[in-house]
Design a protein around this ligand. Structure first.
Ligand SMILES: Cc1ncc(COP(=O)(O)O)c(C=O)c1O
Length: 298
């Protein structure tokens, strides 16, 4: 792992030391949250599901009409190079694209000529403690609705994370680890920054609509099927979460987070369930072995 001093960040065409990695205060990403991003991980020298992340980034870009200032192949190389240059085998990686710096700090004059591209790779971060991963986390229902698809489709991984931040803060204030939000249709959507899964009678279920199309969720679906379980992308409500045998959250940054309490109701036996444990084991193995991984060049 590299020392702080050696860390470099890619900013608009060049790798610069971390302390010099800056963007303009007039950047629309900063002023308006006018941008998109991806969070990836590298484990044991492999970037996990790079293609799926690139697919999602370009889908988000198309949806919000931001031009990613790199062709796909070039961006893939830059992501790998960022991890490689920082000499990290395990890393937390972010790719951020904003609409750029406008001629005037006004909303949407369409006169932005150059998009901003930032890529950084830092040592892994943990979303919840190891203790919670082992014994289970506590979640609550948020009062904040997931953004309406007619306003900002949750499939877009945009820089507009204020609702998500408020969801997370609500959880913290309630002494919980995370909160789950609901769509305007009343059905469960997802956590502040994780997808949710429930397990009932051996069937794994995750909301099909109104959520970010999580990359870890895709991996979980593959693993669940591989373990011989039925996997459903479906619709369910709060009641179903309360009746679930097992509940877990999943994300790139957090991995698989078992949930043992929802809205003061114990989930199953009150301990992480057997299917959650089996999925976690396979997921870790997938990461460690570089399955769906792209090797970081030395
Ligand atoms: C709102 C939201 N949902 C779900 C996820 C999980 O997605 P992924 O597995 O691609 O990290 C994230 C990740 O940050 C997120 O922000």
């Amino acid at each position: 792992m590299s020392s702080e001093a050696e860390q470099v960040v890619y900013v608009n065409g060049t790798f610069v030391p971390k302390s010099e990695a800056k963007i303009s205060v007039f950047d629309q990403g900063f002023i308006f949250g006018d941008g998109i991003f991806e969070t990836l991980v590298a484990v044991n020298g492999y970037v996990f599901m790079l293609d799926a992340h690139l697919d999602r980034l370009y889908r988000s870009a198309r949806a919000v009409r931001i031009n990613v200032p790199q062709p796909r192949e070039g961006l893939a190389k830059l992501i790998l190079e960022t991890v490689g240059r920082n000499k990290l085998k395990d890393a937390y990686v972010k790719v951020i694209v904003t609409r750029g710096v406008g001629a005037k700090p006004l909303l949407g004059r369409g006169d932005v000529t150059r998009q901003t591209l930032v890529i950084f790779a830092v040592p892994p971060v943990s979303v919840v403690s190891e203790e919670k991963i082992k014994n289970g986390a506590k979640i609550i229902s948020s009062t904040i609705k997931r953004t309406h698809p007619d306003s900002l489709d949750p499939r877009i991984k945009s820089l507009n994370y204020l609702p998500n931040m408020l969801i997370r803060l609500e959880a913290i204030e309630a002494g919980a680890d995370e909160a789950i939000s609901y769509g305007f249709d009343g059905f469960v959507s997802e956590g502040g920054a994780e997808n949710i899964w429930i397990v009932k009678d051996g069937v794994l279920m995750t909301p099909a609509h109104g959520v970010l199309e999580g990359i870890t969720r895709m991996a979980v679906a593959e693993i669940g099927q591989g373990l011989g379980h039925k996997v459903l992308f479906t619709t369910f409500g709060k009641y179903d979460v309360y009746q679930a045998d097992e509940v877990f959250l999943c994300s790139t940054a957090g991995g698989i987070i078992p949930v043992t309490e929802v809205d003061s109701r114990r989930v199953g036996s009150g301990e992480p369930g057997p299917i959650t444990k089996a999925v976690t084991e396979k997921y870790r193995e997938m990461l460690q072995k570089g399955i769906h991984g792209t090797a970081v060049p030395a």
